[in-house]
Each structure stands twice: as C-alpha cells, then as structure tokens.
Write a protein that binds this ligand. Sequence first.
Ligand SMILES: NC(=O)c1ccc[n+]([C@@H]2O[C@H](COP(=O)([O-])OP(=O)(O)OC[C@H]3O[C@@H](n4cnc5c(N)ncnc54)[C@H](OP(=O)(O)O)[C@@H]3O)[C@@H](O)[C@H]2O)c1
Length: 284
Amino acid sequence: MPAPGKIPSDSFVSSPREVLQKLSAVIVTGGSSGIGKSFIGTTAKLQPSLQFCNLSRRIPDINLPELKLRHIACDLAKPEEIERAVPELIAHLNAVMPQGRVLLINNSGFGAYGRFPEPNLSEQLAMADVNMRAVLHLTGLLLPELKRRGGAIMNVASTAAFQPMPYLNTYAATKAFVLHWSVALGEELRGSGVQVLAVCPGPTSTGFSLRAGLKPGQLAEGPRMTSEDVVLASYQALAAGRSIVIPGAKNRFLAAMAGLVPKPLAARAAARMIAEKRLPPDRR
Ligand SMILES: NC(=O)c1ccc[n+]([C@@H]2O[C@H](COP(=O)([O-])OP(=O)(O)OC[C@H]3O[C@@H](n4cnc5c(N)ncnc54)[C@H](OP(=O)(O)O)[C@@H]3O)[C@@H](O)[C@H]2O)c1
C-alpha cells in the first residue's frame, strides 16, 4: 500500500493527458483566479478540444485563442443563483457536447483570519455557504447528468482539513467537511462510472492568503507550490484512481503528522503557529 497521498509510479497509472482525453467537458467553480484559473488554463493546454463551463462572480481572464469557455456568473453563497445557473449550464453542455464524460471541479472557496466570529458573522456564514453548501448543492443538481454521461468530481479541500485550526477555525472545519464528504461520496458512487477525488493542497501561490487576511508565505516555511503543480498532481491522482491527493511531499508529511497527534494538542500547536500571522489592516 502506498503512503497516504503518494502517487504510485506503477505502469498502470495513466498520464494527466490520458485522463483528459477521456473527457468531453469540464465544469469548474472559481475559474476567475488562482487554482481554478489554472484548472482551466492548464487543462485546456493539455486537451484543447475540451469544453469548459465556469461558475464564479468574475469572468476568467485567460488568454488562450482556442479556449472553449462558457462563463456563467454565479455567486455561490446564494442558493437561488445556483438554482438559476445550473439549468443554463446543463442546456449549454447538451447543446455543444450532448454526450461524453464530464469532470466537475468544486474549487471556489475562501478563508478569513480571526477569532470567531471575526471579521463578522456574515462572512463566516458566507464561507460555510461557498465552501460547503455550494459543493453539496452543485453536486446534487449535476449528479444525474454526471451519472448519465460518466465522469468525475474533484472537490478542492485543503491540508487545513487534517487538524483543527484556531484563527482559521471555520475555514479548516469547512475543508474537513469537504474531505470526509468527498471520500464517502466516492465510496457511494463506486461502480457508477463517477469517480470522486478530494484535492488537499497546502500553501499555494494565489490570492487566497491576501483574501484571508494572512501574511503571505507564513503558514509554512519554504517555497509554495504553484497552482499548476496542484492541477497536475490532481490529474495524476485521478488517473491512478485515488480518492485523496495531497500535492507535495512536505504537505503529505505534515498532514500525516497531524493525523497522529490528539486533536486538542494539534489545535494548541496550530494556534501557536498561526497566532502571529494576521495581515495588518493596511496591507489587506
Ligand atoms: N491557495 C492556497 O494556499 C490554498 C490551499 C489549500 C486550499 N485552497 C483552496 O483552493 C481553492 C481555490 O482557492 P485559491 O487559492 O485559488 O484562491 P483565490 O485565488 O482567492 O480564488 C478563489 C476563487 O473562489 C471563487 N469564489 C470565492 N467566493 C465565491 C463566491 N461567493 N461565488 C463564486 N465563487 C467564489 C473566486 O471567484 P470570484 O471572486 O470571481 O467569485 C475565485 O475564483 C479554495 O477552495 C481554497 O480554499 C487554497
């Protein structure tokens, strides 16, 4: 058995390109920046024939002449916007690509530094809505289409999912939800033709830290991964039939360590590490 998160190097593992060749379309949330933007850009470079649908508030700014992208503006914190967006999305998919496997990437998400309920309760509730509720809502509405066509679901969790995290408390708990929910869903869908992968990135160079009010590069020492690293590791894990991927050896080690320590101790250690990481208000 390979270690958790380790991508086996056996020859049965197909490449990211081979995985993408079996798809006809990719639905992504949060394609307007960071990891979601890389999911569109990197994937389109690997497999230019794919159709993309993006749900986010802002339009993805991706300069690829051949990109087949339909942006559907959607605030995922608002259930009524999801209800409006999904029929439009399905109608578009069935018009441009009536058959073929579909990949759904639930990527949108954000965090906020502070003692609960800082910065305010509305922000905490919106975080729960985007990071958890929207994942359930979108997946639930799209599951019949995914089962009909076959395909996969990738839910972007985080290494924050592996331990309680004071000062990023709600964020880490939403990601623990996404991780556990995804792995159990994958088990329920075994044999259905729909594969599920929980993607657990560690610190990655995107706008996430600034948005969360965190000092950049401070949650872990050493170089951060790029969004492209996360995307390629995700496709390798999908090709290998894995249910969880933690991109990066150091992130896998830290996640494994967090699992060995009793949760109250892990929370105490995380609190010490994160306590001084608040970005001053004038730099947010
Ligand atoms: N960067 C990291 O270090 C890191 C580590 C672990 C996990 N992650 C996870 O990776 C995912 C992507 O984050 P990122 O690092 O790429 O950060 P990012 O650059 O800030 O991107 C976040 C994306 O989420 C979307 N989003 C936020 N609120 C939304 C809303 N109400 N409705 C629709 N979309 C919304 C944003 O789109 P709009 O603003 O256009 O709506 C944006 O495209 C998140 O789930 C995050 O938790 C990130």
